[in-house]
Design a binder for this molecule. Structure first.
Ligand code: CTP
Length: 407
């Protein structure tokens, strides 16, 4: 068994200061605080007096296990007002009102949230929430532009139903989006893949038989999506070329949707032109119908069988000229080592991640995977059953070892 330490969640042991300002969406900040704690972060909450009218500080104290600071004069007595700012690995302000954005843009320190934002050297993420007229007002837009110029990250606001009953931009981003944006922000500041472009393919392809039927396979894309997320968490710019799958795009990942092998090939040719690595976790269909029907194929009276002639699809990874570090997958049901070793030179791979898809916990659609990595220099590394996110990091660790120093 290979020597390795599974990676923690990117927020594990991070010190996150959560600033809460007065919007009706404050209640969602309680869920955010809880999810941050579940991810292993130490969470310290600072609130404005307006936020404390929407939601009790006690809620956050109970969720985070730490005192919540609302009154900055009380905090000033113990120097807590600057200590909180100093301890932060990142500050998230969610929800961030128009008033809060204005304070931040102009360097005001009139409440504990604005004061902490002014005093911290840590990266700041704001999740605005307000009525759409307030969001669209030139003053707010200018303030947001100023903050972006200064390196503040902004997630949302989302378009949808607002507390006023109207619809438009102004909804607080959902908790998974805020967490994704935070992981991306931390990765971009300190991740070992920052500045790199990693291309990942995921999912099956559907090769049309007629307008309603296709030749495909059981791939769900979970492994590829986990790799895309892990690469984002390590600061990479990620292009995810996805076949037809029912998965949410990880926040900050550039996704290109394709249906067929022909489309996947074109998308990957474009994406890998400047890539540092290509990780081919998709399960492209090996064959496609020779001549897909223009209209739905109908049963003829008395017809017992239907023959569909298939022709071989191109091997995508083998035909990609470059891509930097080249990683393939081998999903087998027998002779794993032999087949995986044969695919290494045939597809010009640096290493191949092989798994027995018939083993328990290792097949399509599972949350876990048990892999063996075969390297082009003959090394073989076996790993136990791990989450797909943990496997993703193992793969990226090995990509990192092989990357050329960046220019
Ligand atoms: N692959 C590819 N293009 C294809 C088929 C596969 O780029 N048309 C890639 C897969 O994404 C994977 C690797 O090649 O990274 C191995 O895929 P696999 O299906 O295991 O192997 P095949 O080459 O298709 O061979 P076989 O199906 O005979 O095992």
């Amino acid at each position: 068994m290979a020597d390795f330490t599974p990676r923690d969640h990117p927020l594990q042991d991070r010190h996150i200061v959560l600033g809460v300002t007065g919007s009706i969406s404050c209640y969602k900040a309680a869920d955010l605080a809880s999810k941050l704690r579940q991810a292993g972060a130490a969470v310290e909450v600072v609130m404005t007096p307006a936020a404390a009218r929407f939601i009790a500080p006690l809620t956050f104290k109970s969720l985070t296990g730490r005192d919540v600071v609302v009154d900055m004069f009380e905090a000033a007595e113990t120097e807590a007002h600057v200590e909180v700012a100093r301890r932060a690995d990142a500050m998230v302000i969610a929800p961030a009102t128009a008033d809060c954005l204005a304070s931040l843009a102009h360097g005001l320190a009139g409440d504990m949230v604005a004061l902490t934002a002014l005093a911290t050297a840590a990266p700041i993420l704001v999740a605005p929430a307000m009525d759409s007229q307030m969001w669209e007002h030139p003053a707010t837009q200018e303030n947001v532009a100023t903050l972006r110029d200064r390196g503040v990250e902004v997630v949302g606001p989302m378009i949808g139903r607002l507390a006023s009953g109207r619809s438009g931009p102004g909804r607080l981003a959902e908790v998974p989006e805020i967490l994704g944006a935070l992981c991306q922000l931390l990765g971009q500041r300190t991740g070992d893949l920052r500045g790199r472009h990693i291309v990942v393919s995921a999912g099956p392809t559907y090769e049309p038989i007629d307008p309603v039927r296709f030749v495909g396979n059981r791939s769900t894309g979970k492994m590829g999506f986990a790799i895309a997320e892990a690469a984002r968490d390590r600061g990479a710019f990620v292009t995810l070329v996805a076949g037809p799958v029912a998965l949410e795009t990880p926040w900050g990942v550039h996704r290109v949707d394709v249906q067929t092998v022909a489309e996947m090939l074109v998308a990957l040719e474009q994406a890998t032109a400047d890539a540092d690595a290509v990780i081919m976790s998709a399960a492209p269909a090996d064959f496609r119908p020779v001549s897909p029907a223009d209209h739905k194929i109908k049963k003829a009276p008395g017809q017992e069988t239907l023959a569909i002639e298939l022709t071989q699809n191109p091997d995508i990874i083998a035909s990609l000229p470059g891509g930097g570090v080249r990683v393939g997958f081998a999903a087998e049901t027998r002779n794993l080592a032999d087949y995986a070793r044969q695919k290494l030179p045939a597809k010009r791979l640096h290493f191949i991640v092989a798994n027995d898809v018939s083993a328990p916990g290792s097949g399509f659609g599972t949350e876990t995977n048990e892999v063996v990595i075969f390297h082009d220099d003959g090394r073989v590394e076996e790993f136990p059953l791990l989450s797909k996110y943990a496997v993703a990091h193992l793969i990226l660790d090995r990509v990192l070892e092989r990357l050329q120093p960046s220019a």
